[in-house]
Write a new protein. Sequence first.
Lengths: 366, 366
Amino acid sequence: MTASGPGSAVVVGAGLIGTSVALALRAVGTQVWLSDADPAAEQLAADMGAGESVRAAGQAGGPADIAVLAMPPAAVAPELAAAQQRGVARCYTDVASVKQLPLAAARALGCDLTSFVPGHPLSGRERSGPAAARADLFLGRPWVICPVEENSAAAVTAVAALAQACGGQPVLLSAADHDRYVALVSHVPHLVAAAVAAGLEHAPPEALQLAGQGIRDVTRIAAGSPDMWAQILSANAGPVGELLAEVARELDAAAAGLGVLAGGNDDARKVLTDLLERGRAGVGRLPGKRGGPAPEYAMVQVVIPDRPGELARLFQVVGAAGVNIEDVDIEHSPGLPVGVAELWVRPESVDAVTGVLAAGGWPVRR
Amino acid sequence: MTASGPGSAVVVGAGLIGTSVALALRAVGTQVWLSDADPAAEQLAADMGAGESVRAAGQAGGPADIAVLAMPPAAVAPELAAAQQRGVARCYTDVASVKQLPLAAARALGCDLTSFVPGHPLSGRERSGPAAARADLFLGRPWVICPVEENSAAAVTAVAALAQACGGQPVLLSAADHDRYVALVSHVPHLVAAAVAAGLEHAPPEALQLAGQGIRDVTRIAAGSPDMWAQILSANAGPVGELLAEVARELDAAAAGLGVLAGGNDDARKVLTDLLERGRAGVGRLPGKRGGPAPEYAMVQVVIPDRPGELARLFQVVGAAGVNIEDVDIEHSPGLPVGVAELWVRPESVDAVTGVLAAGGWPVRR
């Protein structure tokens, strides 16, 4: 659903996130004022159609419905204090990747917390700056909102509506939970990716030419801006440090196990298998990913000719036998006249399904 | 180029790699015999069109031109000894991900090393088994060949021709170099991915719903088979253990730095920035990836209307000014009537290019 946006908004900070918020708001008809410490960034965002440059206009209009502070975590509170002083908007949010630090700083600076609702859209790219901005950056992505006790209900509602107007899914969390969760799913992976990538810095070209999709995927996020990430990680130092120390311990134990294995003692293999199995289980918990077969189903593989109607015929035969297919995958090597259908069924149905398929002339493997 | 394949081949091991080799060889007309300890896997591969099942035929024909041993590293040497005993083929190769261990074991078992040339196609999927096989699995990918002193020239040539017939790019390396290189670009990243993924095993669902593309990419390879990977890693324990210990040290130092930062001492930020910068430099060295701007060029951003001919007009104006555009990127947010062209030029050309573009009416940012 596309929600209606605020009537007017001020976006402070015309980087990737700020300009993307502005573009998304413009798309739902919000009047947007843009400002950035860098006049060229502010003007580029305006030229892209993200709103009106405050600098070019001389001045924003009266208080806007909402102000979005799009800047690194440590910059949020001082900017909030200044903006509230000038009465820039009726309510305020930020989009920084860390939530406890800006909130604590805002309290310390005596900001008005009835109107400031911290937020964090979980979207990003390796690129930064207004040129990389996209109106659809937040589409279908979580947008965390961390209401605090002092917040007015109106301010919380306005920030949730902003998130929806940008296409995001509002998720309510405490600032402490948010910071621990992003440490786990974003900040620690970033540092780990950087550590693996750092090992490539002086690698021989002959080694790099062997690189495949695996290491490209593992290291992709390490291409992000070191300055920006140092700011984010520093602002969430406690939770990130604790979790990262755990990962370092895991890897150190695995390295020690490998040392024992290299010495010819095979007993140490268990530490590897254990880590690999927990890793596979962890990947399987990521929403929208299948982490290996669901344990309650069994798989039957059937070779099928690659022509229209074959799959329908197969489903028909299996259905007629009273067997419910819980899930299906098709594997097909390009250029081959056949594919392999993988049918997931209840274990008690394996005999029945194998029987009817074999009787129907399909090569089948349980 | 598609090289002509061997006239006949025996593929021992009908898993992902073995069946993919067989499919690729069938596509260039090679007669292929398939065998696998698991009769159902052997039959499935045969039903997919990967060749003739040795079991179904009762017996393979006379010695084939080449035998491909497609099995875990530790199984290669015993299989090689048995196959050479039976005179299965005129020359032999394997496809295991580790090269020193099978080679040393083959020597120890007294195998004939004139006819055995170790190999490793750098291709894979998270899935395993014959159903996941693809004829194009090796297309354009490096296929490492590790000739040894005893090899006959004919055997080395035959294995290189096999790699090319499968669409791979032969790369000659010593077994020791191979093992260190794959430790760096494949085995260590796999364990690191597993360690990050293991942290998700007991994570709260609210944390997992915040997961984005970053952690999905970092952990993707950890979905691979724990058994198979434990075998690979154990077989390359020395090189992997050493490099992994380095990564663990990096992360431990970063965790310690974060602890100091959390205590309020900002001096520790340097350890983070340093790691992030080395990581970014490392990603930039991966072939085919641009790791940030080439340092010798400067970038000029221009907002351009999203309509045919605009880019041509822009290039014409810049070209007429005598400026060479070294590289160009286009950023375009869907639904917007404009995009941003990023022009990379020599630093001494920035003034000229900015001038002619501004004069031509384009909004420009240097």
